[in-house]
Structures are given as structure tokens and as C-alpha cells.
Design a protein around this ligand. Structure first.
Ligand code: HEM
Length: 345
């Protein structure tokens, strides 16, 4: 045998040997561990599976990161939160708004605007001071912006993506989130000022129960029940703002200021409370906005110019007008205009 052929054969045998050895390498672990650890045991008791099971069950592990729940990789309750939020909150609540809106449209077509019945004399009464109007419309403007951005974040995906597409929605949603997060605290502060300033006008009095029992004269002969500066309906709106509205703001602030180290469960509960209360609030606000604009002749004029006609005041707030005529009292910030205003509405 020539030396070349011999060398070739050695090379082939060497390759086969090295290849066979490399196939055995993965099994070398058996030599380093207990030989009893068989393949069957490997499939039944995967150490990685145990690890992920622990993580999945929200068990706390070890981390050098500081902060509450930093060692909890996955929050199991997040699944429940996601189911509730994307389930009945996002699916049921929009219908509430649609139903209220449709009822207002129907009511307007059936009943129409509440007109001032007496002919206007031209005399006017100061009802809202400039700072009160500025405060009211700042709160109203912020409320509308927060309502639009908030609703967009809750069900904009379902409503807007089919219309504007994914990219445009993503850009808008990112902006809406920032606007909502930054204006929320400002709105909360202004709302708190409004509540403190107007609380004294909204203490319930016996005539308010009579007003409510007669539905503010909505049905029947249409005669207006007696009312002071604010009527029973307005007082309910005010106290709704002071309770439901404050809770909606508080739950929003819990989500806004995460630097207080609130846990993930607290944030999830705050999120659901915030969504439900805010949408309920928007539904009632639709009614307030309707009554203040299309529903009642002269109301919006009062909130924009500060003055209402004496006839409007007599029809809607007769006890308050009486007080004003007798020189006002300590609980009121308005007065009868010194000079009759020349132009009629
Ligand atoms: C564009 C939206 C709005 C319009 C057109 C509007 C209109 C009015 C009008 C005309 C009044 C005066 C009623 C009267 O003189 O008796 C009023 C009062 C009031 N509004 Fe609005 N409003 C709007 C939004 C809001 C919002 C969003 C809030 C609160 C979140 C709000 C809170 C109040 C309160 C607390 C009063 C006084 C009622 C009371 O103290 O009982 N308004 N609004």
C-alpha cells in the first residue's frame, strides 16, 4: 500500500472517529451527574417550567432593583383587570352615553326649549360674576378635552382604527394620553376651587325637595316650583360633582403620580373606578350641557354675560329674585343690576 493511500485511510478513520465522538458529547452530562436522572425525569420535572410557574403565580423573586413589587415579574391580577377593562367597561359603557344622548335628542324634539313665558322688560339681574364665569368655562373646557381624550384611550382602538388607520391612531393616542395626563391635575385643582366657592349655594333646603317632587315643573301644567339661587336639580348636579367627580379625579391622580409607589393592584382598581365614574359623569354632564344650552332659554346668556333677565330669574329662581330685590343676603354673590339694561334679549 502506498504511503499516500495509507495517509488517506488514516484521515478518513480519524474523521469518522471525531464525528462519532462529537455525537457522544451531549451525553457527557450523564457522567457528571447522578446516572439515575433519566430522560423521563427530565420531561416530568423541567426546572425552567418551575421557574416560569413561580413567575406566572406572581411569586416574588430576588432582584437588586429597588422599589415596591420590583421582584414580582408578572402581576397575575393584571389578567383580571384586562378582562374587566376590555370587557364590560369598554363594551357596555359607550352604550350608556349613546342612550343618554338619544334620550336628550328625543326629549328636545318632543318638549323643545323651555322659553321665558313673560314678555321681557329689559331689566337684568347679575347672576354670575366674571371670575365665576371664567372658572366655570375653564372647568367645562378642560372637562370636554379630558372626556374626548379619555374616551379615545378607552375605545379609540375599536372606533378610530377602522376610520383613520393604525399609524394615525397610534400618533393621536400617544398625544391624547399626554394631554389627558397633564390636564387631569389642572382640572382637579380648578374643580376643587369651584366646589369650595359654590358649596354655600348648594345646601339643600325644604323648597328643593318640593322642586324635585314636581320634577322642576317638567311635567303637568308646567308651572315652575319655587327655587332659590340654585334649584334642586342643580344642587344634585353640584353634589354629584363633589362626590363622584372628586372620586374620578382622585382615581386619576393615583394613576398619574406613580412616584408614590402604589402597587399594581391599586393602579388596576383605580383604573376601573376612574373609567366607570368618569363615563357616568360624562353621561350626566351631557344632560347639564343640554339644559344649559338648547334646553333653557336665557341660561347660557347668564353664564356668558353674567346677567339674566328679571323674567328668567322670576320663572326659574323666584325665591332668589325676591332675596335680590330685598337687598340680597349673605349667602348670595349676586345683586339686581343698578341700571336697567336698555336692550332686550
Ligand atoms: C360646554 C359645557 C357647559 C355648558 C354650556 C354649561 C352651562 C352652564 C350654565 C348655563 C349654567 C348656569 C345655570 C344657572 O344659571 O342656573 C351652569 C352652571 C353650572 N355648571 Fe355648567 N356648563 C357646562 C359644563 C360644565 C361642566 C363640565 C361642569 C363640571 C364638571 C359644570 C358645572 C357647573 C356647575 C357646578 C354649575 C352651577 C350649578 C350649581 O352650583 O348647582 N358645567 N353651567
Amino acid at each position: 500500500m502506498s504511503s499516500i493511500k495509507r495517509r488517506q485511510r488514516i484521515a478518513v478513520y480519524s474523521l469518522v472517529f471525531i464525528f462519532s465522538l462529537s455525537l457522544l458529547v451531549p451525553f457527557s452530562g450523564l457522567l457528571l451527574t447522578d446516572g439515575a436522572a433519566t430522560a423521563a425525569e427530565f420531561t416530568d420535572n423541567n426546572p425552567r417550567a418551575d421557574y416560569w410557574r413561580e413567575v406566572r403565580q406572581s411569586n416574588e423573586g430576588y432582584t437588586t432593583a429597588q422599589g415596591r413589587e420590583a421582584g414580582v415579574l408578572i402581576n397575575d391580577g393584571g389578567q383580571d383587570w384586562r378582562r374587566i377593562r376590555n370587557g364590560w367597561v369598554a363594551n357596555f359603557m359607550p352604550w350608556l352615553l349613546l342612550v343618554v344622548f338619544s334620550m336628550l335628542v328625543l326629549f328636545h324634539f318632543l318638549k323643545g326649549k323651555k322659553k321665558v313665558t313673560k314678555p321681557l322688560s329689559g331689566r337684568k339681574v347679575l347672576r354670575w360674576k366674571a371670575y365665576e364665569r371664567a372658572l366655570h368655562f375653564s372647568v367645562a373646557f378642560l372637562f370636554i378635552v379630558l372626556a374626548i381624550t379619555g374616551l379615545s384611550l378607552l375605545f379609540g382602538r375599536a372606533l378610530l382604527i377602522p376610520i383613520v388607520g393604525k399609524d394615525a391612531f397610534a400618533a393621536y393616542a400617544s398625544l391624547a394620553k399626554d394631554v389627558h395626563n397633564y390636564l387631569g391635575p389642572l382640572f382637579s385643582v380648578l374643580l376643587a376651587v369651584l366646589i369650595v366657592l359654590w358649596m354655600r349655594h348648594n345646601i339643600f333646603k325644604p323648597e328643593d325637595w318640593e322642586w324635585l317632587k314636581k320634577w322642576g315643573g317638567l311635567f303637568g301644567d308646567g308651572a315652575h316650583p319655587h327655587a332659590g339661587r340654585m334649584n334642586g336639580g342643580e344642587k344634585i348636579w353640584f353634589w354629584l360633582i363633589s362626590t363622584v367627580g372628586v372620586a374620578a379625579c382622585a382615581s386619576g391622580l393615583i394613576m398619574d403620580f406613580t412616584n408614590f409607589q402604589q402597587g399594581r393592584e391599586t393602579m388596576q382598581i383605580a383604573n376601573i373606578i376612574h373609567a366607570v365614574l368618569s363615563i357616568g359623569w360624562i353621561a350626566v354632564a351631557l344632560g347639564h350641557i343640554y339644559i344649559g344650552t338648547l334646553g333653557t332659554e336665557g341660561a347660557l346668556e347668564g353664564m356668558t354675560t353674567g346677567y339674566v333677565s328679571e323674567e328668567w330669574a322670576e320663572q326659574h329662581h323666584d325665591l332668589w329674585l325676591e332675596e335680590m330685590k330685598q337687598g340680597g343676603n349673605e349667602s348670595s354673590s349676586s345683586s339686581v343690576a343698578e341700571e336697567p339694561v336698555a336692550e332686550k334679549n
